[in-house]
Design a protein around this ligand. Structure first.
Ligand code: UDP
Length: 236
């Protein structure tokens, strides 16, 4: 399957059409942004790592009954996926307090929750992805009630599968963001990526940050952290 015209360029990925209208090719870049695009940079090798990690985790989820857009890894940076209409909701699951949760509620990072939390934000860069609840999403007709129920159930299931898998590799899954899409028949599937760009990963022993917070907060060792996650999950 070959790339045809570019359909879209996002902050970290480009999307190309293919000869098959039901499929497209995602190409992962090394570009990094944070704070809604205010901070920009390059993380050398990130595109390769995020492509391979996402595909490994998508495969794991499919083996565990979660439908995804994944079809086939084509190269280091390129993956064939099913073409979907993205539901404009970002779903965030949290197991441990961090980031905007810690800031919003005035608590320290690292509080381990008894049960995971879920929140939605409206995927809209101009508005800065505002937080919303499922009633707001319904009012704005971003998704149907049935779709929201499916998205919630898949998100918690994904959390359980990923949490257990990552722990086997010495990684604590602190929080993460998911996006879902609709296939032409209306089926909801997991889309987008699952990587250190979209998850918080902490070393289980030292709680060292192994994710994009190293870039956001200028902690140094950004490339090494991405490499380390790759090494633990996939090997060198
Ligand atoms: N996240 C993301 N994209 C976004 C916002 C958040 O991938 O536009 C991820 C982020 O990497 C983290 C989780 O979602 O793993 C929760 O992020 P949070 O709400 O704490 O926001 P942040 O502190 O990253 O601004």
């Amino acid at each position: 399957m070959e790339k045809r015209e570019q359909m879209y360029e996002g902050k970290a990925k480009k999307v190309y059409a293919t000869d098959d209208p039901a499929l497209c090719i995602v190409s992962y870049k090394d570009d990094a942004t944070a704070f809604n695009g205010e901070k920009r940079g390059t993380i050398m090798g990130k595109g390769v790592i995020n492509n391979r990690l996402t595909n490994r985790l998508m495969r794991l989820l499919m083996e565990n009954g979660v439908p995804t857009h994944f079809v086939e890894e084509l190269s280091e940076r390129d993956t064939l996926v099913k073409r979907v209409k993205i539901v404009p909701l970002e779903v965030i699951i949290r197991n441990i307090s961090a980031g905007s949760f810690a800031k919003r509620y005035g608590v320290e990072e690292g509080i381990v929750f008894d049960e995971p939390t879920i929140e939605f934000s409206y995927k809209n860069d101009e508005l800065g992805d505002p937080l919303m609840n499922s009633y707001h999403a319904l009012a704005l007709k971003l998704a149907t009630a049935e779709e929201i129920e499916a998205i919630k159930a898949y998100s918690f299931k994904i959390n359980e599968v990923l949490k257990a898998f990552l722990l086997e590799h010495g990684i604590e899954l602190v929080d993460f963001k998911l996006e879902f899409g609709r296939l032409p028949d209306g089926t909801i599937v997991l889309a987008d990526e699952i990587s250190p760009d979209t998850c918080r990963f902490w070393d289980v022993e030292t709680h060292e940050k192994l994710d994009k917070d190293r870039f956001r907060r200028d902690l140094g060792g950004v490339e090494d952290a991405y490499q380390e996650v790759m090494r633990r999950i996939i090997g060198d």
